[in-house]
Design a binder for this molecule. Structure first.
Ligand SMILES: *[C@@H]1O[C@H](CO)[C@@H](O)[C@H](O)[C@H]1NC(C)=O
Length: 357
């Protein structure tokens, strides 16, 4: 009797051990890491990040590799140099990188004459105790830390675009409630009665009313990327050259942690794209990660973050992707069809997912 009990106990233990080994092995096979997720079908950028992380580089370094690839390729003309001229025809760069392990962030905004946005952001994170450097001083910092420059960030395409816009009386633009002296400004607040001529204001095009209208459907505007490395650590990054024909000095959501991207090693990450002037008021990526922390699935967390903005700005155009620590990813969008790209160990190459509003 005792022997029988012992042997059945042994059998049970062995069965459990076998089961454990089998399921453990399966879990290993379908390990979600490493994984790369990016806004838009920026396939080459995802491949670059994948190569880096698959070769054992950290999530931070892989994000930098991926976003750098987009800057070099000038993904859609709206990342890196040579795109999105401001009202003066100048291209400037905004970028951010965030380490989800340490919650360190490095960012540059309105950086002139230096094309390597994401690398400059990493230098801020790794070699300063600051989070965000801006404008000309960010350029001086980046160059002093070894990045190439000063470089002319304009291209023949961006100059051509800008000249056409000038010829079209500087329309569309980002002004509201103003009266320009002449077609393109200088602009004056309407309240300053007497500073402008009524008859003139009726014939001259003035500020645009809705800013979202210029975040065009073909203007894919921003790369935001998340990488989970083989250690299970997460990092995110963003790079953009901002809104086309922006008022000089404008900084959007790109270099704002929690808005364009956000990551916490304990939870997961998020990347955003769209009308940054509106999105940065809602910190959608912070919202996504915090919702996932409270137990929401990525899909619901992404939808919730977008619908919070849409309730207040029904015309806004934007999207987010979310990824949790199990490698589960999802996207949500408003006002346009969104695509995001993924590469994980189950895939032979980058896969592009389409999300409808
Ligand atoms: C920068 O490059 C653009 C396009 O090639 C050119 O039109 C512009 O004159 C250049 N600016 C300077 C300051 O060299």
């Amino acid at each position: 009797m005792a022997t029988k009990t012992l042997s059945s106990t042994c059998f049970l233990t062995l069965t459990f051990l076998l089961l454990f080994l089998v399921t453990g092995h399966q879990a290993l096979n379908s390990a979600p890491y490493p994984v790369v997720v990016s806004t838009w079908p920026f396939v080459e950028a995802v491949r670059a990040a994948w190569r880096a992380v698959d070769n054992g580089l950290s999530a931070v370094d892989a994000v930098v590799e991926g976003c750098s690839a987009c800057e070099e390729l000038r993904c859609d003309g709206t990342v890196g140099p040579g795109g999105s001229p401001d009202e003066n025809g100048e291209t400037t760069i905004d970028a951010l990188v965030m380490d989800g392990v340490t919650m360190e962030v490095g960012a540059v905004a309105a950086m002139r004459y230096v094309k390597d946005g994401i690398k400059a952001a990493r230098l801020v994170m790794q070699h300063t105790e600051h989070t965000l450097l801006v404008g000309e001083q960010a350029s001086v910092f980046a160059i002093s830390m070894g990045l190439p420059g000063p470089t002319n960030l304009s291209s023949s395409e961006s100059m051509e675009k800008w000249i056409k816009w000038k010829e079209n009386h500087c329309q569309p633009n980002f002004w509201k409630d103003v009266v320009p002296k002449g077609g393109c400004g200088p602009y004056h607040a309407k309240d300053f009665v007497g500073l402008y001529d009524e008859t003139c204001s009726n014939t001259t095009p003035v500020g645009n009313i809705r800013s979202s209208s210029h975040i065009g459907l073909h203007n894919h505007d921003t790369i935001s990327m998340a990488v989970i490395d083989t250690m299970g650590h997460i990092a995110v990054g963003t790079s953009t050259n901002g809104a086309t024909f922006k008022i000089p000095g404008r900084v959007g959501d790109g270099p704002i942690a929690g808005s364009s991207s956000y990551a916490d090693d304990e939870v997961g990450g998020c990347g955003a794209t769209g009308d940054g002037d509106i999105m940065m008021r809602f910190l959608p990526c912070y919202q996504v990660v915090e919702s996932m922390r409270l137990g929401m699935e990525p899909k619901l967390a992404a939808k919730d973050a977008i619908s919070r903005i849409a309730r207040k700005f029904p015309d806004f155009v934007g999207a987010v992707f979310a990824i949790n620590k199990n490698g589960v990813h999802a996207g949500a969008c408003h006002g346009w069809t969104f695509q995001y790209s993924v590469r994980n160990p189950d895939m032979d190459d980058v896969k592009v997912y389409t999300v409808l509003p």
